[in-house]
Ligand binder design. Structure first.
Ligand code: TYD
Ligand code: MG
Length: 455
């Protein structure tokens, strides 16, 4: 018998080592390394050349077949994120924190598909069928013809799927599935990876659209589905703050459409409802101009989104003043504070700084830099921007402001929501719009001085 050397694999990046470590040396993530069972010796283990492989069928790059028809989910926000509907013979991963609403969303989508006459199988490894039915009842979907099963044994699931040949199969969640050929606990990296592999090959082989649900935990306790991301065609993340009712479905990878597209939902007592015009929702009631609050004209995928950025600056009693940020990158906040200090001479020493993106959205765009700087300045100087002004632009380390993509789209959305002024970086390309006054600024010091009289 071959000697068994242990193998440890990082669930975040897939790097394999021979020793366990608390931190992955390849990607730097903590607590992501777990022991992995060796591959059982199969035909794949034979030396190449000993047995000849099968000859592959080769085909031309140009295809005479039309592109596969997309299956519309009937949930417009979901269709948008998928790039126009589900593609048959594709695998989609829907990831997100536990309790964020993945099962709810997929059950609702499953019901819409079933109502459109498609054959849909929903396999739950987390809830009993009675529980799923109860939820369907609450969501008013119990009339829909979705075939349910509560099962975690992947062999049984695949046998059933092969026999039933559905149009769509939903497996909730990939962490609960296990294969009897893999010697590891359900939820371990090996099991998750093997289960995903089986389901993805089933999708391709039988032309079925397969949707996998994956839980993500910050601590990396369960094997993250990130190793699965490479295997599937489309990766969607369902995000939002638990306390907020808004949920954002974001495509982070899509082999069949644009990535970075978002769909916005609201969690209600009757499940998730679509939010067709999200900008209006992310802006709080803006009756009076408030210091520290600035409206950022952002862009998520192809979709403009106005969000309110709120800052609070207060004297600190701590030797190391607080820097707290929700919905934005903490490192980026430090950078903006440093640029304000070094280039405009506006310091935040001895001051606690809190930054919050209203509504529970997360912003990743550097285009928010200028709006964040504006919120910080506005809070520090206790001076509000005029109520109907939007701000966007990237701040470079030199303090210069850099134009960002799609100025026109952002301005148009601002006009649509009643804004009449915008402050943008010099050199921003736009066609001009009579409904909005566009003021350009070359750098951050000038912006601080002219808009807030600071510096
Ligand atoms: P769920 O879909 O079970 O989350 P996930 O599958 O991502 O773990 O959603 C769970 C949360 O959603 C739960 O806290 C209750 C809430 N919820 C509602 O607010 N309204 C509803 O109609 C439903 C079904 C769930
Ligand atoms: Mg669930």
């Amino acid at each position: 018998m071959a000697k068994h050397t242990p193998r440890f694999v990082c669930s975040a990046c897939g790097n394999a080592t021979q020793k366990w470590a608390g931190r992955c040396e390849a990607c730097g993530e903590w607590n992501t390394i777990a022991e992995e069972a060796p591959l059982s010796a199969g035909p794949g283990k034979k030396a190449l050349g000993a047995a000849k492989g099968r000859r592959m069928g080769l085909s031309d790059l140009q295809s005479s077949e039309p592109p596969p028809p997309r299956i519309h989910t009937g949930v417009a926000e979901l269709d948008r994120v998928l790039g126009g509907g589900l593609v048959p013979a594709s695998a989609t991963l829907v990831g997100g924190d536990p309790g964020i609403g993945k099962s709810t969303l997929l059950l609702q989508a499953a019901a819409r598909f079933a109502d459109a006459g498609l054959k849909v199988i929903y396999v739950s490894g987390e809830e009993a069928t009675a529980q799923v039915r109860l939820r369907a009842d609450r969501l008013g979907l119990s009339q829909s013809h979705v075939l349910l099963a509560a099962e975690t044994n992947l062999r049984d699931i695949l046998t059933t799927l092969e026999a039933e040949a559905p149009d769509l199969a939903i497996v909730d969640s990939v962490q609960t599935m296990w294969l009897d050929t893999v010697e590891a606990a359900p939820g371990s990296v090996s099991q998750v990876r093997a289960a995903a592999h089986e389901l993805v090959s089933f999708a391709k082989r039988r032309g079925v659209a397969v949707v996998l649900v994956g839980h993500v935990t910050k601590e990396g306790q369960i094997a993250g589905p990130r190793v699965v991301e490479h295997m599937v065609d489309t990766v969607l993340y369902f995000e939002g703050e638990r306390g907020h009712q808004f949920r954002i479905l974001r495509s982070v990878k899509n082999r069949f459409g644009p990535a970075d597209e978002i769909g916005v939902f609201e969690m209600t007592g009757a499940g998730l409802s679509e939010v067709a015009n999200p900008s209006a929702l992310f802006l709080s009631d803006r009756d009076a101009p408030a210091p520290g609050s600035v409206v950022f004209a952002g862009l998520e995928g192809t979709r403009p989104l106005l969000v309110e950025i709120q800052a609070l600056v207060a004297p600190s009693s701590l030797s190391q003043p607080r820097r707290a940020v929700v919905g934005w990158d903490g490192g980026r906040l430090s950078m903006i504070l440093a640029v304000l200090e070094a280039r405009a001479g506006i310091g935040f020493q001895g001051l606690d700084v809190y930054l919050n993106i209203a509504g529970g959205v997360r912003i990743g765009e550097p285009a928010a830099d200028l709006a964040v700087a504006a919120a910080l300045l506005s809070a520090r100087e206790d001076a509000a921007l005029p109520r109907e002004t939007v701000v966007f632009g990237e701040v470079s380390l030199s303090g210069a402001l850099r134009p960002v993509a799609q100025t026109d789209t952002r301005l148009k959305e601002a006009v649509k929501l009643g804004f009449t002024a915008a402050i943008v970086p010099g050199g921003s390309k736009h066609t001009g719009n009579k409904d909005i006054t566009v003021q350009t600024m070359a750098d951050l010091p000038r912006f601080a001085g002219e808009v807030f009289g600071a510096g």
